[in-house]
Design a protein around this ligand. Structure first.
Ligand SMILES: Cc1cc2nc3c(=O)[nH]c(=O)nc-3n(C[C@H](O)[C@H](O)[C@H](O)COP(=O)(O)OP(=O)(O)OC[C@H]3O[C@@H](n4cnc5c(N)ncnc54)[C@H](O)[C@@H]3O)c2cc1C
Length: 555
């Protein structure tokens, strides 16, 4: 064993909760090491519906505190991450005025109740509470109830049984994986004594020390505190630390991305948040020229086995036909599918009724090292959950809180030009200094927020890809060098939306593997191995979002 390095906090797991606590503690001057066994935000944090929302449906289960907290956090994200989080007008279709009252009462008391339609009375009450909780920061307009005629003007082709709709606002997160990474990079900037490492895993423990390995490098640390932020794998990580727990009971959730021009057009920029015939709540919304449809909620014992299977794809397509009966949608429109495991606390009964709130469980590793397990939580509430955990850790360490994170801008959200005039000025200035055309700088701004300026400066003479003419070799090379790209999948699935938007082809993989190899000094053998390990076709042995399937190559 190498000489142990004394550190304040070891964080195991680099999903959004690990990333959030890393930034918060680093901002307080706490030295953290975060290790993630795969890539950052490759677990549940890559597989969410990407809504920054209060969770209207949690009002039904009486989780008012969670909804209030999430709405406040949603508003903060709109302010702190304006490059990736934006308002999403949402339609809640109604098939009756009075239905849903009795099932709502039952669900409130956590009894199983099938609820296909909430009815306008229940919906009005829910939206009123929602708006009241979310009105701080005044970031979203108030809700409205639309009659059929008004609805028809906004969204066309909805089932004729839908007599009215609620119109309200959620937040939409486009680049979830990038936002998580930005928190880590910000954390390292705030405290150079902190570091976040992907593709690293624990290989042993001894006394109060933990040994981990990344590639050929083996390190031993002696943390004063351990944070277990391994999501659905919390019990497995505890086991590695010699702690027996049965805290987690995950549920898998899948989504698909479809390319369907008529559906995209019908949505007209709106999300539809609808009750399904089997009593669940599903959604679909326009996602960067495609449509995102989700989700499922199926209990799983082993998170490593979770896959988005063909039955789930059929189910999700079927729910779309319930809402848009005339839209001809089938498997051939699917460009991408993904799946993740919600890290829910273990509980008996209907998985849909298990709390989506977060909690912290504390154990001891070795003689006396506290282990804090971060259980559950929404993507939306990562900041408040991190702050809560950070307070506890600071108390353990006897350190004061130096700064709050409520108003801390994230990554490329710093100094982001918020209105069209400021954006034009920003784009023209960066176009001037980099020599790139303004249109290209605009694309980079949309992809990377204000980090685009640094990227633009590395692209002053750029070569666009043959297989993806809107990306340049210099742009992707810079991402590889500066954003902890460890595998080709990191680049294609998480640093960019290339895979998610169904743009993976054999040519794209071949060309980008060459760029990554040049940027990261991979051998020819490694380049070939990386290229073949990116899934193109039916998945075999990959896990989680790496199971991405491009059913039909785009373009
Ligand atoms: C289908 C679905 C839809 C959702 N929709 C939304 C939504 O719209 N809005 C919202 O706010 N929330 C949503 N959520 C919830 C949200 O995505 C999760 O609660 C959140 O991402 C959990 O983050 P986490 O960091 O705890 O877990 P994860 O993101 O799973 O991170 C845990 C990490 O630990 C790593 N790990 C595991 N074992 C080890 C080990 N031994 N060593 C090192 N690392 C390890 C994993 O690789 C993983 O990256 C959704 C979740 C799902 C699954």
């Amino acid at each position: 064993m190498s000489e142990p390095e004394n550190i304040d906090v070891l964080i195991i797991g680099g999903g959004i909760n690990g990333c959030g606590i890393f930034r918060d503690l680093s901002a307080q001057g706490v030295d953290c090491v975060l290790i993630e066994r795969d890539d950052f935000c490759s677990g549940a944090s890559a597989a969410s519906s990407r809504l920054m929302h209060g969770g209207l449906k949690y009002l039904e289960t009486g989780e008012f505190g969670l909804v209030r907290e999430a709405l406040v956090e949603r508003n903060r994200l709109l302010a702190n991450a304006p490059h990736y989080v934006s308002p999403l007008p949402t339609i809640l279709p109604l098939r009756s005025h009075f239905s849903g009252i009795w099932p709502s009462v039952k669900r409130f008391f956590r009894f199983k109740a099938k609820m296909i339609d909430r009815g306008s009375l229940i919906t009005r009450a829910g939206l009123l509470v929602y708006d009241t909780y979310g009105r701080r920061h005044k970031s979203m307009p108030f809700h409205r109830i639309l009659n059929r005629k008004a609805l028809q003007k906004l969204v066309t082709g909805m089932d004729s049984d839908i007599i009215a709709a609620g119109l309200y606002y959620e937040g939409q997160l486009t680049h979830a994986e990038r936002l998580g990474l930005e928190l880590l990079l910000d954390g390292e900037k705030l405290n150079p004594g902190s570091r976040a490492i992907n593709h690293a895993h624990v290989i042993g423990t001894q006394g109060d020390c933990v040994t981990y390995q990344q590639g050929d490098s083996i390190q031993t640390v002696r943390p004063r505190i351990i944070v277990n932020a391994a999501g659905a794998w919390i019990d497995a990580v505890n086991h590695e630390l010699g702690i027996k727990t049965a805290l987690m009971g995950g549920s898998k959730g899948s989504h698909i991305i479809v390319e369907h021009r008529a559906l995209y057009k019908a949505l007209n920029g709106h999300m539809i948040y609808f009750g399904t015939a089997d009593g669940r709540v599903n959604l679909c919304y326009p996602f960067m020229g495609r449509v995102l449809i989700g989700s499922t909620d199926i209990p799983v014992e082993d998170p490593d086995t979770a896959r988005c299977d063909t039955q789930e794809v059929s189910y999700m397509l079927g729910t779309m036909r319930e809402v848009f009966p005339d839209v001809d949608i089938s498997e051939e429109h699917v460009r991408y599918r993904f799946c993740g495991v919600r890290p829910l606390p273990r509980a008996d009964g209907d998985i849909g009724l298990v709390t989506r709130d977060h909690s912290i469980a504390e154990f001891t590793f070795g003689p006396s090292t506290p282990v804090l397990c971060l259980i559950g939580g929404k993507w939306t509430t990562f900041r408040s959950f991190s702050a809560e955990a950070a307070w506890r850790i600071l108390a353990h360490l006897g350190k004061p809180r130096r700064t709050k994170t409520e108003d801390m801008a994230i990554g490329g959200g710093q100094d982001f030009p918020r209105n069209p005039a400021d954006r034009t000025r920003w784009i023209n200035r960066v176009a001037d200094v980099s020599g790139l055309p303004a249109g290209r700088v605009g694309t980079l701004l949309r992809r990377y927020g204000t980090t685009a300026e640094r990227i633009a400066m590395t692209c002053t003479e750029e070569t666009m890809l043959r297989s993806l003419p809107d990306y340049s070799s210099e742009e992707l090379g810079e991402l590889c060098r500066s954003e902890r790209v460890g595998t080709l999948a990191d680049l294609l699935l998480r640093r960019t939306l290339i895979a998610m938007l169904g743009r993976l082809t054999a040519e794209v993989i071949e060309e980008t593997a060459g760029i990554a190899a040049a940027a990261l000094g991979w051998s020819n053998r490694r380049r070939v191995l990386e290229a073949v390990s990116v899934p193109l076709g039916e998945p075999a042995a990959y896990r989680q979002i790496d199971d991405a399937v491009t059913f039909k190559a785009h373009g």
